[in-house]
Design a protein around this ligand. Structure first.
Ligand SMILES: Cc1cc2nc3c(=O)[nH]c(=O)nc-3n(C[C@H](O)[C@H](O)[C@H](O)COP(=O)(O)OP(=O)(O)OC[C@H]3O[C@@H](n4cnc5c(N)ncnc54)[C@H](O)[C@@H]3O)c2cc1C
Length: 370
């Protein structure tokens, strides 16, 4: 892992730091950046070793995503979605089927992600309308997915569809969707005022054929598995938010030491220092919540409550504290060369993905109140 982290550190310096502002201005990332990451083995961080992956553990995954998020949360989110999808396919599908996708995804020739959300259903995942109808030994999928990370340019999606609406969540199945096959049509990418680098978009499925060996999780299991894996996503999103706050505070402190006002550096003023201290305290509290959730995940314990606490606190805290760090900079904080407004937009996104703040509250209340 030391080698991979060293590579990631170099990559962040050479690719993310110089380009993150431009990508945010353009509202999209250069796909070459993901391809370059693949060439360095960075898209293979999670894939199993027998697929040529690094198969790093959860603690190391957090370190990697935190490192990238200091410069570009959006790049880190896009990367982990396609890398995570590749790793998932490698373990969930028969080898011969996975062979058609996983090597290409690890090489950055194809990109992907997970498609739960739809234009009409986000928080209410059990209410998705994309239908899967039995077709011989396989299925036919018809419907529309929206707000899917990497859908602006990717074409390999772990896709959830309803096989029997009368069964509610139990009817949901999980299927491999290949965007190069008949019945798949990409929608225009979302044009966003912030967070466009994530590549959120959608696709329509029209009688799209899924072969029997392309079922990732059958009805009855797909919803439960998605809910089980979301605890990890909530924890790494929280960690990525802490990293953005840390980076914002470091930037503000460096600036405050050199900027003079009223005959001394900003960093010498008590009011200024206290705001910096408040940012640091909240970041530390969020870090502890992340560590608590991560420890449970690593120990294979139930992390539902811990990950919901971590995500709710860290994502809300990031919006407040990145804004405060920007305040410490005065007008200069608005300049494109600084990360504050980009990080703020990313923190906004983080408040929705993998369950909104309100859904974390629902989860916490269901556990503590019943
Ligand atoms: C950049 C980006 C990338 C994304 N990537 C993916 C992806 O890769 N895959 C994927 O499947 N999805 C993805 N999403 C979608 C994301 O998961 C949804 O945005 C999220 O689930 C919330 O759904 P919604 O936006 O439809 O909001 P809605 O469900 O319409 O909710 C709107 C607001 O009402 C609140 N609300 C809803 N129900 C309740 C309730 N019962 N009580 C109180 N408040 C409630 C919500 O918390 C929210 O604040 C992405 C979203 C963004 C912005």
């Amino acid at each position: 892992m030391t080698d991979l982290l060293a590579t990631a550190t170099r990559f962040a310096k050479s690719h993310l730091a110089p380009n993150a502002a431009k990508w945010a201005r353009d509202g999209r990332m250069q796909i070459d950046a993901l391809r370059d990451a693949a060439a360095e083995g960075l898209l293979a961080f999670q894939a199993p070793r027998d697929w040529g992956g690094h198969e790093i553990g959860f603690a190391d995954k957090l370190k990697l995503l935190e490192l990238f998020s200091r410069d570009s949360y959006d790049f880190a989110f896009s990367l982990t979605n396609t890398a995570g999808a590749a790793a998932h396919l490698a373990t969930a599908l028969p080898r011969a089927v996975a062979e058609r996708y996983v090597p290409a995804m690890l090489k950055g020739e194809r990109f992907g992600g997970s498609a739960l959300s739809e234009p009409g259903a986000g928080s209410d995942f059990a209410g998705i309308k994309t239908r899967a109808m039995p077709d011989g030994d396989g299925w036919r999928l018809t419907g529309e997915k929206g707000w899917i990370t990497n859908a602006a340019f990717g074409d390999v999606f772990i896709t959830y569809a309803q096989t029997d609406p009368s069964q509610g969540w139990r009817g949901i199945g999980c299927f491999l969707v290949d965007g190069r096959r008949e019945g798949f049509q990409r929608a225009n990418a979302e044009a966003l005022a912030g967070g466009g680098v994530i590549g959120a978009g959608g696709f329509k499925l029209d009688n799209y054929r899924v072969h029997a060996d392309e079922v990732i999780a059958p009805p009855g299991q797909a919803f439960r598995r998605a809910m089980a894996s979301v605890n990890q996503a909530r924890t790494y999103v929280a960690a990525m938010c802490v990293a953005m706050v840390d980076a914002s505070l470091d930037t503000a402190i460096a600036y405050g030491k050199s900027r003079q006002a009223f005959g001394s550096p900003l960093a010498a003023k008590q009011g200024w220092r206290w705001m910096a201290a408040d940012i640091a305290t909240d970041a530390e509290a969020a870090r502890q919540l992340v560590e608590n959730a991560a420890a449970k995940i690593i120990a294979n314990e139930d992390a539902a409550l811990a990950s919901a606490h971590a995500k709710k606190f860290a994502t809300r805290m990031a919006i407040q504290r990145i804004s405060d760090a920007c305040q410490l900079m005065g007008a200069a904080g608005l300049r494109e060369e600084y990360p504050f407004l980009r990080h703020l937009a990313s923190a906004r996104v983080a408040n929705y993905t993998d369950g909104s703040t309100e859904m974390q509250n629902e989860r916490i209340a269901a556990i503590i109140v019943g």
